[in-house]
Design a protein around this ligand. Structure first.
Ligand code: HEC
Ligand code: HEC
Ligand code: HEC
Ligand code: HEC
Ligand code: HEC
Ligand code: HEC
Ligand code: HEC
Ligand code: HEC
Ligand code: HEC
Ligand code: HEC
Length: 308
């Protein structure tokens, strides 16, 4: 532990002196001799194992790039300076990411953040995942040629291990095509933290939806107030038993806000446009949106009522 603290301190000093996340330089100073002189080759002498070596095919192993672990202190850039492990005085290196001897979450995350604090991770501190002790390595796998969480088809499975409700939603009658591999969680969320609600990538729900459904952004001649306010007034993002990801089926959906008599409510009483009891044209098929087809707003001069 003591050794780790010393090492962490070293990194801190390294960071202060360089804007880019190049940490301890390879030119030997007395303190830095704690790192194995031959870098990753020292470790690979014993760890030439199938569960370890795939890392050699990843961006982390680009030796010519001073920003990568292999461009710095090799395996120890992540596992910490571990001379006592190399000499087999202790069973494990300073930082362990897996198994019964796993290091505390904060220690593990600190290793990754020493190089990855900026960019997408600008809002990591205080984010829902950080404050709930989720580790970088709960989502990321590094000893593998391609990290599954970075691949469209395999990303949702990672998230579903902890988010069972969203897994259930993905099976519902109407859902964003996540299961089909066309949309991923990280199209809408930034799992590293966000300035908006619910880890959304944008500041608001609507801005997030507009990134793909741009035609809903407008500007429109006739706006439907609840659409501008929030798409979630009528839709649910992950999955619904109603068509079109609706929270409820028309006419009930509309009648939650429009129940001022007239044809808005007569639909339920089974009356037609003239108020006669009988076959009700407005009840047919999709109900209200049969006529109010431009429900998200209209650009037609005569579109006041969203019928065109
Ligand atoms: C002399 C051989 C040897 C060298 C050199 C060596 N290790 Fe190990 N390492 C082992 C053995 C053996 C184990 C299994 C631990 C045990 O149960 O005793 C181990 C365990 C580990 C573990 C934990 C694995 C687990 O399943 O939990 C990690 C991580 C690790 N070593 C990383 C490193 C790193 C990084 C280096 C280089 C700084 C390194 N090792 C150098 C022999 C070595
Ligand atoms: C010594 C600095 C350093 C450390 C420590 C480090 N990384 Fe990296 N990482 C890099 C660099 C440099 C790249 C490649 C440049 C890029 O694409 O951004 C990279 C790339 C990545 C990528 C993208 C990989 C890809 O296939 O595109 C992920 C994910 C990642 N790192 C996660 C982690 C995690 C998780 C940890 C901690 C276990 C970690 N990194 C530790 C420097 C580091
Ligand atoms: C809840 C899951 C999750 C956690 C926790 C997580 N990540 Fe990620 N990470 C992702 C996903 C998903 C992507 C792909 C994002 C995208 O494509 O927009 C990603 C992408 C990355 C990348 C490559 C893209 C880039 O920024 O250049 C790096 C590096 C990275 N994460 C580092 C980290 C570090 C460091 C931590 C811990 C502080 C961390 N991640 C925690 C899910 C996670
Ligand atoms: C970018 C950070 C990083 C680097 C560099 C790195 N490791 Fe790891 N290591 C991890 C993480 C994270 C895990 C947990 C499993 C995973 O993500 O693949 C791990 C797991 C291990 C394990 C346990 C494997 C298991 O499946 O039980 C061993 C052994 C190990 N590393 C050795 C090494 C050796 C040897 C090197 C250098 C060749 C190295 N590591 C380089 C982050 C790193
Ligand atoms: C190791 C478990 C774990 C994994 C894996 C995980 N999460 Fe989470 N996530 C949590 C916890 C714990 C919280 C905070 C408590 C809560 O709101 O459920 C959280 C919160 C969230 C929230 C914010 C909820 C809110 O109410 O503000 C979103 C969005 C989210 N996660 C998305 C993702 C995505 C996307 C992935 C995959 C890239 C993912 N999570 C992977 C555990 C996890
Ligand atoms: C099309 C955009 C979109 C996609 C794709 C998406 N989400 Fe969400 N997610 C949202 C929105 C919008 C909210 C906010 C819901 C609210 O406030 O009621 C949300 C909320 C959440 C929450 C918080 C739930 C709550 O009730 O507070 C979690 C957890 C979550 N998402 C996880 C995921 C996971 C895991 C995936 C991938 C399987 C995913 N999301 C994919 C848009 C999306
Ligand atoms: C990453 C792009 C993307 C984002 C962001 C996105 N969507 Fe979608 N959305 C899609 C795709 C792709 C489809 C499926 C289109 C198809 O099947 O023709 C879809 C379909 C829909 C549907 C119709 C579903 C059905 O069953 O026919 C609704 C409603 C919808 N999205 C609402 C939203 C809302 C609300 C948001 C914001 C919370 C949002 N979308 C954000 C890509 C996105
Ligand atoms: C007042 C309720 C309401 C609000 C608010 C709303 N929608 Fe809809 N949306 C509907 C209804 C009803 C349908 C089904 C229309 C149909 O069946 O023809 C629909 C269908 C859709 C569809 C699939 C058909 C199409 O028009 O492409 C998408 C995509 C969609 N909405 C996106 C959005 C987005 C994005 C927002 C926020 C900007 C939003 N909706 C806000 C009621 C609403
Ligand atoms: C969350 C509440 C809400 C929901 C749900 C809702 N609306 Fe609206 N709607 C409003 C508000 C607010 C206005 C603008 C104020 C007004 O004129 O009543 C409006 C205006 C309208 C107008 C134009 C009225 C006028 O006098 O200009 C029509 C037509 C309309 N909505 C139809 C629908 C239909 C059809 C649905 C169901 C698909 C629906 N609305 C769902 C809140 C809602
Ligand atoms: C057969 C076509 C048709 C159907 C079905 C229909 N409407 Fe209308 N609606 C209209 C027309 C046309 C107007 C324009 C004013 C008028 O003629 O009453 C209108 C006007 C409105 C208005 C503006 C205020 C008012 O009452 O005049 C609202 C709100 C409204 N409709 C809501 C609904 C709701 C809610 C439903 C479903 C329960 C619905 N409409 C079903 C054709 C229809």
């Amino acid at each position: 532990m003591k050794r780790h603290l010393k090492w962490a301190l070293l990194c801190g000093i390294g960071l202060v002196f360089s804007a880019v996340p190049v940490r301890a330089q390879t030119t030997a100073t007395p303190q830095q001799s704690a790192f194995a002189a031959e870098g990753e080759r020292t470790c690979l002498k014993c760890h030439d194992e199938q569960k370890v070596t795939p890392i050699l095919q990843t961006p982390h192993s680009v030796k010519g790039d001073k920003h990568t672990p292999f461009g710095q202190n090799g395996c120890e850039s992540c596992h910490g300076a571990s001379p006592d492990h190399v000499s087999r005085k202790v069973k494990f290196p300073t930082v362990v990411f897996k198994g019964p001897n796993i290091s505390p979450v904060a220690v593990r995350n600190e290793q990754c953040l020493s190089c990855h604090q900026s960019g997408l991770r600008m809002n990591w501190q205080g984010s829902q995942h950080q404050t709930n002790d989720v580790a970088c390595t709960n989502c990321h796998t590094v000893h593998i040629a391609k990290d599954p969480v970075l691949v469209k088809f395999s990303q949702p499975e990672k998230c579903f291990t902890c988010h069972a409700e969203q897994r259930a939603d993905s099976f519902k009658y109407s859902h964003h095509p996540i299961r089909e591999g066309k949309v991923v969680c990280s199209d809408c969320h930034n799992p590293h933290g966000s300035a908006g609600p619910k880890l959304l990538k944008e500041f608001t729900v609507n801005e997030t939806c507009y990134t793909c459904h741009a035609e809903k952004r407008g500007p429109l001649l006739w706006e439907h107030e609840p659409v501008r306010e929030s798409c979630l007034n009528c839709h649910t993002p992950h999955g619904s038993t109603q068509a079109r990801l609706l929270i409820q089926r028309p006419p009930y959906l509309c009648q939650e806000c429009h129940a001022n008599g007239g044809h808005q409510t007569q639909l339920l009483a089974g009356q037609n446009l003239a108020g006669q009891i009988g076959a009700n044209v407005r009840m047919m098929a999709r109900g209200c949106v049969n006529c109010h087809s431009q429900i998200h707003g209209s650009n037609s001069p005569n579109g006041t009522f969203f019928t065109r």
